[in-house]
Design a protein around this ligand. Structure first.
Ligand SMILES: Nc1ncnc2c1ncn2[C@@H]1O[C@H](COP(=O)(O)OP(=O)(O)O)[C@@H](O)[C@H]1O
Ligand SMILES: N[C@@H](CC(=O)OP(=O)(O)O)C(=O)O
Length: 410
């Protein structure tokens, strides 16, 4: 068996078109110069939504449209020598997609997964062709991830994944080729296709890395690492250099869309490190996620909307986001409620003693009155009215994250 590979996962925007496939192939080819590589690939951005829309008959997308988009990308990224082969794979996939759409098998959820998973198969074919065009042998290695049968968000079976990877990934690596693995999809014990949930290719990458004994997994995306707050909400947000598995998992559950919340589980179980890097700015350092816990301090600000603050009977069956306390037989909790009007803004990291009070004072000074504030497993937790949520993220980012960084630098 050859040396354990570096696993590199390319997200949807990193394979968003022909030029992006070339870039992704160049990055994987560069890494393959120093050792074996398994490239986990997502669907071209927008493709999974289109496929799900086709199963629900809510979109105007068609198999022909999906095929044309991939043929156009292949014509840009794949050389004349390999193009006929890649075009034939893409047409074959389109024919299989059409058959799957026409004759649903199993439950509605099973059918949805069988269709949704096609996006990653299409992009794997293009990436393998793009790598071969650069003179780097590459082969698609289908479906190494073994799961349970929970369609739409299946759980990975680590032992069975190791066995599947031995059958379908190791032979490719041992043959000296880059293994191109479609992300997001898995196989249930009866062989049916499952998916790991939206954004699940990140989990595919770490589950595969664990099965192959990899020491490192790269998540290649369209931003230069995990930012200390959602960059779409906070213009001053900046990449964090390092996070522990615990911090990264908490942040992913609280809005850091760049990582699927379960991504850290296989990595923590095997001690493998995750490096989040920008496909379009490979020189930027990115974020390293490891077992190391950093110095005291709030490292990032997360946000979770769609909650309500309620008193519940202790034996209730509501979907509880977080229990805040209990007295006289009732529980005070933040409950999942799409129109509940409450949001949680959380300071994730290793908060220092004065951070909670400092956060409360900063919010009050900005005219935001927390409905509840305290420490929970999510970190420092500030429940605020939903209308003030984005401003609260900005205030707490300024007060608890940026101010401390400035102090450290001074
Ligand atoms: N804390 C954060 N750090 C980095 N990106 C974030 C964060 N919060 C939200 N995002 C968003 O996540 C996006 C990357 O995730 P995603 O679109 O799933 O990428 P990919 O397609 O590469 O998997 C970024 O473009 C950014 O808009
Ligand atoms: N294509 C799937 C899985 C995925 O992980 O995508 P991305 O890497 O682009 O977040 C989705 O859209 O959910």
């Amino acid at each position: 068996m050859s040396e354990a590979p570096l696993v590199m996962k390319f997200g949807g925007t990193s394979v968003g078109g022909g030029a992006e496939f070339v870039r992704a192939a160049q990055i994987a080819a560069g890494a393959a110069e120093s050792g074996p590589v398994a490239a986990v690939v997502s669907a071209m951005s927008g493709t999974t939504d289109a496929l799900l829309g086709m199963t629900a008959r809510t979109s105007t997308a068609t198999t022909g449209g999906v095929l044309d988009r991939h043929l156009a990308a292949a014509r840009h990224a794949v050389s004349g020598r390999f193009l006929p082969q890649v075009e034939s794979w893409l047409r074959e996939l389109a024919a299989r997609l059409d058959r799957t759409l026409r004759s649903p098998n199993g439950s509605a959820a099973a059918h949805r997964d069988a269709v949704a998973g096609f996006g990653e198969r299409f992009s794997a074919a293009v990436l393998a062709g793009a790598l071969c065009s650069l003179g780097v042998p590459a082969r698609v290695a289908d479906d190494p991830i073994a799961t349970d049968a929970s369609f739409g968000g299946a759980a990975v079976d680590a032992a069975a994944t190791r066995r599947r990877a031995a059958r379908c990934v190791w032979p490719v690596l041992d043959g000296g080729a880059v293994a191109v693995v479609p992300g997001y999809v898995g196989r249930a014990p009866d062989g049916s296709i499952t998916t790991l949930g939206r954004g699940g290719s990140d989990l595919s990458a770490t589950a595969l890395g664990r099965a192959l004994g990899s020491r490192e997994v790269w998540i290649l995306t369209d931003v230069s690492g995990v930012f200390d707050a959602d960059p779409d909400l906070v213009p001053e947000a900046a990449p964090v250099s390092g996070l522990s598995y615990r911090e990264a998992a908490a942040f992913a559950r609280l809005g850091a869309k760049v990582l699927h919340p379960k991504t850290m589980q296989p990595a923590a179980a095997s001690g493998m490190e995750i490096l989040v890097k920008n496909t379009f700015d490979l020189g930027a350092p990115g974020t390293r996620i490891s077992a190391r816990e950093g110095a005291p301090g709030v490292r990032c600000i997360g946000l979770r909307r769609g909650l309500s603050l309620e008193r519940l009977p202790a034996a209730g069956s509501r979907s509880v986001f977080c229990v805040l306390g209990a007295d006289s037989g009732s529980v005070r909790a933040l409950v999942e409620a799409p129109d509940g009007g409450v949001a949680v803004v959380a300071g994730i990291g290793a908060p220092a003693d004065g951070d909670l009070l400092c956060g409360i004072r900063a919010l009050e000074a900005a005219g935001i009155h927390p409905l509840w504030a305290g420490s929970t497993t999510a970190g420092l937790t500030f429940a605020v009215p939903d209308g003030a949520a984005v401003e609260a993220v900005r205030v707490l980012h300024r007060e608890l994250v940026r101010a401390c960084l400035v102090e450290e630098v001074a």
